[in-house]
Design a protein around this ligand. Structure first.
Ligand SMILES: [Ca+2]
Ligand SMILES: [Ca+2]
Length: 341
């Protein structure tokens, strides 16, 4: 469970680069850590699917939204507690769906997370070879056995090459995002149920709006665009991953379904810059607008065998897409791997 303090330095705002991939061939997507953004709203009310007629209006009702969470969000009865012991085997991860090749994301070394670039920002070469067997994971589908057929296919818009897997990944839903994450594993990568659900939960909408409090923007157009529920850390309590979008803003939150406390994994706001200073003789500059990244949960999967799910988040804007892996230890979210273009 999350702690109750609002002041814990939990995290996390990831602002990913918004320029085109072709302009970023040698640049890691910008990742910026921000101060704690933990907020608490009224907990979601778990109930049966049919609301009795005698039900009184909850105190936390927001107009035009429900306050009930579908039954699928209750803690699974077959919970397997996290072991806490990660694999000691080096495990490499590849992202698929963007194009024919799969993009190297980084690896678990056996004791730590290692990104796709070294200290000089040079790309690392994965050790995977043709014939290697992997398992591809996507949200809301069964894990899919795959194997590496060869190397040398384009895997990012900036010309990077990567392995080709069979079968291929599902086509991406967005313009430039990835859809699958593949890696070899001899442990249960889905130790507990993960559910993609349709629900408009008032307290989650409130949490989404609260994530933008310090931007001073109108969040009335915000809505839940994706809701994924799972017991991420294996403590028996359900967490919800809430993608909250509106006109010019997007965020992905991790909400404790019991306490209502939330952590902002990522958020982005459309930026409009209007030149205010014009030197004599110069033409006035043009107002420029940078659209907000859109964030979605790509997969909820145990990447390193410790029994805790990692949250794989995709972001996309224009022809740029990126993926970030986040760990969750029951109280804090930590981004550990990021790749994209
Ligand atoms: Ca939990
Ligand atoms: Ca894990």
């Amino acid at each position: 469970m999350l702690t109750s303090s609002r002041n814990l330095a939990l995290l996390t705002f990831i602002a990913l680069a918004t320029a085109a991939c072709t302009e970023q061939a040698d640049v890691v997507p910008a990742t910026t850590a921000f101060a704690a953004t933990t907020t608490t709203v009224a907990p979601a009310v778990e109930s049966t699917t049919s609301v009795p007629e005698t039900t009184t209006a909850p105190e936390t009702t927001v107009a035009e939204t429900t306050t009930t969470v579908p039954e699928t969000t209750t803690a699974p009865t077959t919970t397997i507690a996290a072991t806490g012991d990660p694999t000691t085997v080096s495990t490499e991860y590849f992202l698929g769906g963007n194009s024919a090749g799969w993009l190297y994301l980084g690896r678990w070394t056996g004791s730590a997370w290692e990104t796709d670039r070294d200290e000089n920002q040079d790309l690392r070469e994965p050790a995977a070879a043709a014939g290697d067997d992997l398992v591809a994971h996507e949200l809301d589908i069964e894990p899919r056995p795959s194997s590496i057929e060869g190397f040398g296919a384009a895997c990012a818009a900036d010309g990077r090459l990567g392995p080709v897997l069979t079968p291929t990944a599902s086509p991406p839903a967005g313009a430039a995002n990835y859809q699958s994450i593949a890696f070899p594993a001899d442990w249960s990568t889905q130790p507990r149920p993960v559910a993609l659900v349709e629900a408009n939960v008032a307290s989650y909408v409130e949490a989404g709006q609260a994530a933008f409090d310090d931007f001073g923007i109108d969040t009335s157009t915000g809505a839940i665009e994706q809701l994924v529920v799972a017991d991420l850390d294996g403590d028996g309590d359900t967490e919800a991953l809430v993608a909250f979008d509106g006109d010019g803003f997007s965020a992905l939150l991790l909400v404790d379904a019991n306490s209502g406390e939330s952590i902002t994994l990522a958020r982005s706001v459309e930026a409009t810059v209007t030149p205010t200073t014009v030197l004599e003789g110069d033409e006035p500059g043009e107002t420029t607008t940078t659209p907000a990244d859109t964030f979605r949960t790509l997969a909820v999967v145990d990447l390193n065998g410790d029994g805790r799910f990692e949250v794989v988040v995709q972001s996309f804007v224009g022809d740029s897409g990126a993926v970030t892996v986040n760990t969750y230890n029951g109280s804090a979210v930590t981004p550990v791997l990021t790749a994209g273009c």
